[in-house]
Ligand binder design. Structure first.
Ligand code: FES
Length: 137
């Protein structure tokens, strides 16, 4: 498995997402209330760019003419036909037993762990002594 750096955490604040291309695939990485999830940018229904859809919540019916918006920002509505998918699982709520968007694992990790390259330049000790920079070889 290869790992890819997507962004620094502050670049994707809660309620936003970023679409990246990795290994020839577009993937949307979403921040839902501080948790990160990644979905393939392809709707399993008809192939639309799913991650370019609208992030929505669930509407729970109340009494006559009443409703309540719950789980705000946890679902993605496809831009073509409006099917809705739970961002955390990719699960469709139009046909929950058959259709699921493809999801990927995503994690928040320390940046300095991710940017280490394969090479290490030789280093030396430097110290300040009596207003002079002193190099030790
Ligand atoms: S292509 Fe996404 S709902 Fe039809």
């Amino acid at each position: 498995m290869k790992r890819y750096v997507v962004a620094a955490v502050p670049e994707i604040p809660p309620g936003t997402h970023k679409i990246i291309e990795v290994s020839g695939r577009e993937v949307g990485v979403f921040n839902v209330n501080g948790a990160f999830y990644a979905l393939l940018n392809r709707c399993p229904h008809g192939g639309a760019a799913l991650c370019k859809g609208t992030v929505v919540g669930l509407v729970r019916p109340g009494g006559v003419g009443e409703y309540e918006l719950i789980r705000k920002g946890e679902f993605l509505r496809c831009p073509w036909h409006g099917w809705e998918f739970e961002i955390s699982s990719g699960q469709s709520y139009c046909d929950p037993t058959k259709v699921k968007a493809r999801k990927f694992d995503v994690a928040v990790e320390r940046g300095d762990d991710l940017v280490k390259g394969p090479y290490v330049a030789e280093t030396y000790n430097v110290a300040i002594e009596n207003d002079y920079v002193v190099l030790t070889l």
